[in-house]
Design a protein around this ligand. Structure first.
Ligand code: SF4
Length: 396
């Protein structure tokens, strides 16, 4: 397939690892565009601001990445996991390099994977998220102001404009003929056409049958007919649902989405596997938090039922349960509740391992945060999670 783009060097190519064994394949082979920033992955804490960076700062960033051959403080997320004997993203990708698009024909150091989080359009304001990632969060943060509907429209149109600019930048700065893997994140990626525009652009440079695509979706949207036609052409398609609770627990954590709708949609996706898209794969991305960990077995029962027709490997490979790391995080689980969790999930050490040592300062912040949003949203954590309320009555 003809390409107008230069083969080989791209603006974001790195040569980390002139060593035989790269320190991290995300650094060598992935480009992550998140809002207006660039980085190799979502966990590294130093990112390049594409709007404000000078050419010199861009070069310095690339050089810095190229020289990472051992732990740097910016990669603490992975190092901390490895110290706890949990596979970090760095280890996971080493075990399965195809997840960053590395094939037998790929060069280490050539961008083979795109991680796109450039469209913040989202119909949810999940409690563990923020306005950084969601237009609905932005609108929610406005509270009640006089001209709210006009401001809401402005938020949407500004997001659409900025997303198109970002997409142009991605197309201009990456050799798309080398890209074998794309991850669409949001926002909610099925809430707009950005994913279709990207696949149609890639198709100008290489057949979609050579590209593996993953979506992370909140499950509130179903694909339209054009999307299904594009998906049929892909080398592989994985749809990852962000789910960490059911019923009222889901409605609370993923406000204002509604469980009955998401439950219905997930089952529709599963039906696609036995009709239009037999090759579709599914995954789950679960944020383990102080409120949902006690009820996680409810969620697992639902998951086993919703996907019962599919021959999946055993968990935890199907469900990627990670510990939430923002204001809502597993260092806020009260000590007595931690004991209960350890007893309850003796057969699920991967879940127990998600708990971090209790941190009273973070706990206090967490409680202030949920009380504040309960007031604004008209929700009530005590009514939603009654079985664990007593553990949260701490005198700190
Ligand atoms: S070591 Fe971890 S944080 Fe650092 S670049 Fe690799 S995946 Fe990202």
């Amino acid at each position: 397939m003809p390409t107008e783009r230069p083969v080989g060097v791209t603006p974001f190519q790195t040569w980390s690892n002139t060593l035989n064994k790269p320190f991290c394949l995300y650094i060598t082979n992935q480009a992550r565009f998140s809002a207006d920033t660039y980085a190799p992955c979502c966990w590294i804490t130093r990112r390049l601001n594409l709007i404000t960076a000078t050419q010199q700062e861009t070069n310095e960033y690339k050089n810095w990445l190229s020289n990472i051959n051992d732990w740097v403080p910016e990669c603490n997320f992975c190092q901390e996991k490895e110290l706890r004997n949990i596979d970090s993203p760095r280890i996971e990708i080493e075990k399965n390099p195809t997840k960053v698009g590395i094939t037998n024909e790929s060069d280490i150091g050539s961008i083979t994977s795109l991680d796109l989080q450039i469209d913040l359009s989202c119909n949810a304001a999940c409690l563990m998220c923020s306005s950084y990632n969601s237009t609905t969060w932005k609108k929610y943060e406005l509270g009640s102001i006089d001209n709210k509907s006009q401001v809401n429209k402005n938020i949407d149109s500004e997001n659409t404009y900025r997303t198109q600019q970002r997409l142009k930048n991605v197309f201009a700065s990456i050799a798309l003929d080398r890209v074998n893997h794309i991850m669409f994140l949001g926002g909610e990626p099925l809430d707009s056409d950005i994913h279709k525009q990207t696949l149609l652009e890639i198709q100008k440079h290489k057949p979609l049958s050579t590209v593996e695509v993953r979506y992370t979706t909140n499950g509130s949207r179903l694909p339209d007919a054009e999307t299904v036609e594009l998906w049929k052409q892909l080398k592989s398609l994985t749809v990852i649902f962000s789910l960490d609770g059911t019923e009222q627990h889901f409605n609370y954590l993923r406000w204002p989405l509604q469980w009955h709708q998401v439950d219905h949609n997930v089952r529709q996706f599963v039906k696609l596997k036995s009709s239009d898209l037999p090759g579709i794969n599914f995954g789950i991305s679960s944020a383990i938090s102080p409120f949902n960990i006690f009820y996680y077995d409810h969620y697992l029962d639902w998951e086993a039922d919703a996907f019962r027709q599919l021959p999946y490997p055993k968990r935890p490979r199907f469900s990627t349960a990670f510990d939430a790391t923002g204001v809502i995080n597993t260092a806020c689980i009260p000590p007595d509740l931690m004991t209960v969790i350890q007893e309850k999930y003796q057969d699920r050490p991967w879940l127990v391992n998600r708990m971090r040592p209790f941190d009273p300062a973070r706990y206090t912040k967490f409680m202030q945060y949920v009380e504040q949003h309960d007031q604004l949203r008209g929700t009530n954590w005590r009514e939603t999670f009654p079985e664990v309320v007593r553990y949260f009555d701490l005198d700190i």
